[in-house]
Design a protein around this ligand. Sequence first.
Ligand SMILES: [Mn+2]
Length: 334
Amino acid sequence: MPTPYEKRQDEIPFASAEYISFASRNSFLGVPAVTPKNLGDGDVVIVGAPFDWGTTYRPGARFGPQAIRNADYGAMDGYRPHLTTGIDPFEALGVVDLGDVYVYPGQLERSIERIADAVEYIARAGKVPIVLGGDHSITWPDATGVARAHGFGEIALIHFDAHADTGMTQNNSLIGHGTPMRRLIETGAVPGHRFVQIGLRGYWPEPDVMEWMSEQKMRCYMMSEIVDRGLDAVVDDAIEYSLEGGAKGIFISVDIDVVDPGLAPGTGTPEPGGLNSREILDTIRRISRELVVLGADVVEVSPPYDGPGEQTAYLANRIVMEILNGMAERKVLD
Ligand SMILES: [Mn+2]
């Protein structure tokens, strides 16, 4: 017989705030909080994945969803007309918040399955899921959930990160924050030729993994190339490349560590020498305006390591906003 605790886990796949202490209590900037049975008429559903048991170094990303939701000095009223465009993306798109996926602390496989089911549920309802992480392990289930709804092999993935996250295994486990992109390619959810990675630098992965990545025809733009050619030229290429072969749309995965840890220190594996805040915000908005976004996640925000000004959480909040602003501009202006 299941215990009362196990029983309520099975009954409540979303909105874990009542039972998991690190889940979110508030909706994203006060947009309507919804239940799975009533997702409303809008285009976008925000959901949290408070999962960090795939980390190798600094944990804490389980607190990411609540920190990202709350990182704003305005009223929690779900009303944010953009200063330049005058468009309120919440109104233009219809944005709601489903709360957090009911994950199982300490249990990798069951949690990953749960996240994939949750994201698939949202995507099959015809909505764009935006997932607040959580460590980067969740991109395997996030993009898989979207691919289940739109077709395996049919979506492109634009991945912002200091690291490629294409490890074969992590301490002999298939699941971890260093392996999600390998799993997506192996399962066919997102084939290698539909991968674009931006911002790689540092000392991981090893040369044999880099070789495997080029065999998969992944397109990787390292920070060195961004510095040499300029970010705009690289983003031009990335947009063109991700449209090649007629992908239905894109999944955007933003690891906050793509940004320099001087600006975003609250993260699991800081790697100096990244993009600055302005660059990531402008790039995310441009991509979200020029391509069809079918899903997104913002991951690796670890509030315990953030600065006293919570700058990492504030940046992550605005990355989510720029995805929404780009999508709203595409909908309203085009
Ligand atoms: Mn990552």
